[in-house]
Ligand binder design. Structure first.
Ligand code: FMN
Length: 375
């Protein structure tokens, strides 16, 4: 599979690119971000309070990744109760983010595929998340967990119009509401898990999908909902292109790894300084979807299904897991956690298709300036 910025479909849109002098703001629910940029959640603890708060302070929307967040807790707490440790760690992280960014927009990302998804959604809403973004699955019952917190904006990620339709019809019928925004996964470039259909090349170009989504929302419900493209955004030119094909904003993950505030070990960040899209591979994952990652020893082992690949489940964290249930692939939580702690050979290093080599690790404020200002 070719790994390109936003895919060939957006390259076509280049032809009708208009330079956007000033980026528009982005309203999601009752929150208005100065810039249409959401920082993508990155587990495990790569995107924590410090990164989310820095992005929020710079005028974007910061997200704390909740998957496996308790893995840094003191071992006593963690070993006794993994899910309780996750919940406590999320509360602490939200409190810290709020201290660092009292007025910024800070949300939490929750994996629908995680066993503690309902508990984490309730906890995020109760402890002050401005929005909840979901990944890895359709959150058909999410409004149920946040019903006492109407100010919390709900932002599911979808890969296709069909998925968005299933979600909107269910929410409309069961909860008389719609999402506050939709993250549209650009599966040709997104870092981490992506839709399996992408490998078969049966997905529509992203600009077509945006147009179809807008048409469905306005014809069926008479509404306009912000649509955020996720995957393949690296610089200001990519943001302009996304907006020129009809997106209201972008979600950016990989680009934020090489920042001072990113929670990963320095070795992980330094590995990304030399990253290049030619080094990307698609590895199988225990959630049953393909995942985009950097080529390293771990990825080679995963691709070859090497006997050296450890298949020990460390926390039974996923609702359905090929590692725990079928002894296939590897433990996702352990693989991501190892990488984030700096074990570059034995960890899984998710990365997006727009990745390019860069010369240094920057403060978020500097990166946000380069993403938002025209020079
Ligand atoms: C290291 C890494 C970890 C990620 N972890 C999560 C996660 O926990 N939850 C989620 O919904 N998406 C996760 N993603 C996807 C990002 O939130 C975001 O959608 C993606 O990085 C956007 O593509 P880009 O990396 O090309 O900017 C992860 C991506 C990366 C690179």
């Amino acid at each position: 599979m070719s790994e390109q910025n936003l895919g060939e479909d957006v390259d076509r849109a280049l032809l009708r690119l208009t330079i956007i002098p000033m980026l528009p703001s982005l309203q999601i629910g009752r929150y208005i971000a100065r810039y249409p940029i959401i920082q993508g959640a990155m587990a495990v603890r790569i995107a924590g309070a410090s990164l989310a708060a820095a992005v929020a302070n710079a005028g974007g929307i910061g997200l704390i990744a909740s998957f496996g967040i308790g893995l840094n807790s003191d071992p006593d707490r963690r070993n006794r109760q993994f899910f309780a440790a996750n919940r406590l760690a999320l509360i602490e992280e939200l409190q810290q983010a709020r201290q660092l960014s009292p007025d910024g927009i800070v949300g939490v990302n929750i994996l629908v595929a995680a066993r503690d998804y309902p508990q984490m959604a309730e906890t995020a809403a109760e402890h002050g998340a401005n929005l909840i973004v979901t990944g890895a699955g359709l959150p058909l019952d999410l409004p149920q967990y946040t019903q006492n917190y109407p100010d919390v904006a709900l932002v599911p990620s979808v890969a296709t119009v069909a998925a968005a339709q299933t979600l909107c019809e269910t929410w409309h019928q069961q909860y008389q509401r719609l999402p506050d925004a939709l993250i549209l996964e650009n599966c040709k470039s997104i870092g981490g898990h992506f839709a399996s259909q992408c490998e078969e090349n049966t997905v529509d170009p992203i600009d077509t999908t945006i147009a179809q989504l807008r048409h469905y929302l306005s014809q069926r419900f008479g509404v306009t909902i912000p649509i955020i493209i996720s995957g393949g955004i690296w610089d200001r030119g990519d943001i302009d292109r996304a907006i020129s094909i009809g997106a209201d904003g972008v979600q950016i993950g990989t680009r934020f790894i090489t920042t001072e505030e990113c929670g990963a070990d320095l070795r992980y960040k330094e590995f990304h300084l030399q990253a290049h899209h030619h080094k990307l591979v698609t590895v199988p994952s225990p959630v049953g979807k393909p995942a985009r990652a950097m080529r390293n020893q771990f990825a080679e082992n995963a691709l070859a299904d090497s006997p050296t690949l450890e298949k020990r489940c460390i926390a039974s964290c996923l609702e359905s897991c090929l590692c725990r249930d079928n002894r296939q692939t590897y433990c996702l939580l352990q693989a991501l956690d190892r990488a984030a702690r700096g074990d570059i050979d034995r960890g899984l290093i998710f990365s997006g298709g727009a990745v390019k080599p860069i010369d240094r690790i920057l403060p978020v404020s500097e990166l946000m300036t380069s993403l938002t200002q025209r020079t």
